[in-house]
Every structure is written in C-alpha cells, then in structure tokens.
Design a protein around this ligand. Structure first.
Ligand SMILES: [Zn+2]
Length: 438
C-alpha cells in the first residue's frame, strides 16, 4: 500500500493533454480499413508482382506510399522512402529492390536534431513456403496490423511538435530475413542519427490463442537483456552492477508499459524478459544490432495456424492469416499504448547523462548525474526497485538536482535509474548508472 501511495503522488504520472489528444485520435475503424486494403492485395510476398495495380507487393507499397503522402498534406509530417537493392541470399534468389515507406515527423529542438524515435510494422507477408511469391498470403495480423499502426500513428502525430524526430515506417522484407529494418537501421546509423527508442509492432491484432485462450486486455513487450552490441566497458559495468535486466531496450520496454497503462484503460503490458518469442524474431533485432534500444510489441495470445500459412482447409482445420481474425478494437488499444509512449518520450527533455552510482560496501546509496542544458527540464525523477523485481516499485521527484543520497538504502539490494521531467510530466527514458563511483 505504501508504495502505491508513493506512485500515486508521483507528478510524472499525470496525463499530458497533448499526449492524451494523440492517443484519442487512434480509432479501430481506420486500422480495420487499412488491414482490409492490404489483405486485398492477395499477397505481399517480397518477390511477388511489382507491376500489377491490384495484386502483389508493388501495388501494396504504392498504395501505402500514397497514404503516407496524404497524411503529410498540410502537416509537419514528411513522406519518407528508403529504397535499396538486396543481393542474393538465403531467402533472396536474385537481386531484388526493396523499399521501406513511411513518414518522418521532424523534431523542434535544434540541439537534438540527430535524435529520433522509430516505430515500424512490416508490410510484406508470406505463404507456407517462404519462397512462394504466387500463393495468397493475406498477412492480416502478420503484419498488416503493425503496418496499419504505422499509418495511424503518422496521422495522429502529423501536426504535433515533438522535441525529437519520429519515424513511422512500413518496412519491407521482414519475412525474407529482416531485410528492410536491417537497411533502415544501418542507414540511420550512417546518417549519425541516434535512435532513442525503436518499436517493431509485429503480430498485434489476434485475440484468440491456438489453445482457445481469449485475451484482449494484455499485450507483450519483448526486449533483449544483454545488448547485442556491447562494448567491453559496458560489459564490465553490466557484470559489476548486474545490469542485464536494465539494458536500454528493457528500459524502453518498461517505459512503454508504464505510459501505455497510464493512458489506456483495460490494458496490461507485460515486460517479457527475452529478446523475442522462442527462437523467433522481428525488426527490433536489426536495431539492436546497430546498438539502438528496441523492443517488439505483440499480441498476448497467438494462433499458430494463422501465421505463415497458405490459406486452406485440411481435414476440417482452417489455416491462414485472414481478415476475419483481426480484432481492430484490441489492435487500437495496443496502438494507443504505443502512441502514449512515443508521444511522452518525443515531448520529454533530454535525459540525464553520466549517471554515477556510489555507496558500495556502505548502507547508503549515492547517485550523481549531469543534467543536459535543456531549458524544459523542470524536475528529476528517481526510480528504484528491489533487485528481485521487474517493475519499478518506487519513484519520486527529487527537484531539479544533480545528485541524491539515499540514507539506509543498501545499493547491493536495489536497482536505480534517473530521468528528467518537463512541466507537463513527460519524462525521458530513465537512465540506469553508466559508471560506478570508485
Ligand atoms: Zn511478422
């Protein structure tokens, strides 16, 4: 009860009316319409027809590009295209042109012009045979659902003025080996863009599990523990503090959980302590490879007969990822949770830097950090949780300070993080210690 009261008193737990407005713009009907339209292209296999106006990946991509362009009309949003050729590989027999399409909402803070938040859904689909470009591959949930969210989020954010840029991208070639996201993440890295947080929305609209469990009130957030791209110094620190549960990706997963649950009713988000589902993957992993924090947002229960299956009936058993099993109201809830998290982070001030943890072999914890020169920083929030917990258990505002001493808090037994907060309560990603006081 005590820590519930502490959390309730926490000023960042307020809803910012600007974020609330963005969240409320997300509706089930347009998500349903987009998923239906994408299913209508028959197949969106990466190697399918690119010339037809009605069937195949080319028609789907041109329609999507048109929708993103329309959403940018008269807004701050800019259409975005990332076109490249992939050489033959495991799931690519001959050189193929792939195109990521989407929109960028530019940031307003010139000192953070090289920072961005990214979300993706993959617009390609597949049949049972991953090399089959001709059979129907409706891909309603996998992943017209995430693609529709990219479009709806772009529309919802179109006129907003975030501090940092936000990318909403329908990526290509996921089923052939995360090809579109690999190119996009490498391109951003080469452009010197620091991706603060990335989310792959993949398989996010089915509510009936293969085992009959129905769930439309929960969603899953997958994130890596040990970062795929880790320097020797980061590895040493992680081992010394036990930081495998506080990777930048996991900090973003907790943030999406906290903000999503703050703005969306009847939704619980689970911070899953693994990179993805068992032996499976998605586009967030491409961003992890480039050293960027990235998570996967996915539905709570999956129906495996409806994934990666050519539509058919065999011995009375129906297979295929069809429109009938896409649940738009549930998908809209997941989309709203991501809108809340992206909105909050995009409006938030720059995070604290060089967070230093001290107090080893003493009964007190010392935290020290550097505040960036961001005039919108109104306060600093301190987070703590016991070392056997997943969720932050206590949080409070410490004032606009650059250090705290926590008397009688044994640093061996807790984890800590520090974030900056603006006057509306929007907060940066909580930063765990990046250095130890020696
Ligand atoms: Zn997928």
């Amino acid at each position: 009860m005590l820590f519930v009261l502490v959390l309730a008193a926490l000023a960042p737990a307020r809803r910012d009316p600007r974020v609330e407005a963005i969240v409320q713009r997300i509706e089930p009907a347009p998500l349903q319409a987009t998923v239906a339209k994408l299913v209508g292209f028959g197949t969106r296999h990466t190697l399918s027809d690119t010339k037809s106006e009605t069937r195949g990946i080319g028609a789907a991509r041109r329609w999507l590009a048109g929708q993103f362009a329309a959403s940018a009309q008269g807004a701050r949003l800019k259409p975005f295209e990332d076109r490249f050729t992939v050489e033959p590989g495991r799931r690519i027999p001959t050189p193929a042109e792939l195109i990521n399409v989407g929109a960028i909402l530019p940031g307003t803070d010139p000192s953070r012009a090289k920072q961005a938040i990214v979300m993706t859904g993959h617009y390609d689909s597949r049949a049972s045979d991953v090399m089959d470009p001709r059979s129907d591959a409706p891909g309603a949930v996998d992943d017209a659902s995430g693609t529709a969210m990219a479009l709806e989020l772009a529309r919802a954010f179109a006129k907003e003025q975030p501090a940092v840029a936000v990318y909403f991208v329908a990526v290509a070639g996921e089923e052939q080996g995360l090809l579109g996201s690999a190119h996009l993440s490498q391109r951003l890295k080469q452009e010197g863009i620091e991706v603060l947080a990335m989310t792959s929305v993949d398989i996010a609209g089915n509510v009936e599990g293969q085992n009959g469990v129905v769930d439309n009130t929960r969603g899953r957030l997958y994130s890596e523990g040990t970062p795929a791209a880790e320097t020797e110094a980061q590895k040493r620190l992680r081992e010394e503090v036990g930081g495998e549960n506080d990777s930048p990706s996991r900090a973003w997963a907790r943030y999406v959980q906290r903000l999503g649950e703050r703005y969306v009713e009847n939704l619980d988000l689970l911070v899953m302590l693994r990179r993805d589902r068992l032996a499976r993957g998605s586009d967030h992993m491409s961003f992890n490879q480039q050293g960027f924090p990235a998570v996967r947002l996915s539905e709570m229960v999956e129906h495996y007969d409806r994934e990666h299956q050519t539509p058919r009936v065999e011995s009375g058993r129906a297979y295929g990822d069809d429109l009938a099993h896409f649940d738009a109201p549930y998908s809209a809830k997941l989309c709203r949770s991501l809108a809340a998290a992206i909105g909050s982070l995009a409006f938030a001030p720059a995070p604290p830097a060089q967070v230093k943890l001290g107090g080893a072999v003493t009964p007190d914890t010392r935290l020290r950090w550097t505040l960036p020169a961001d005039p919108r920083i109104a306060n600093v929030a301190i987070y703590r949780r016991r070392a056997d917990s997943v969720r932050w258990q206590r949080a409070w505002l410490a004032g606009k300070v650059d250090h705290v001493v926590l008397q009688n808090v044994v640093p061996d037994d807790e984890f800590f993080a520090v974030s900056t907060v603006d006057p509306a309560g929007n907060e940066s990603l909580p930063q765990p210690p990046s250095e130890l006081e020696r």
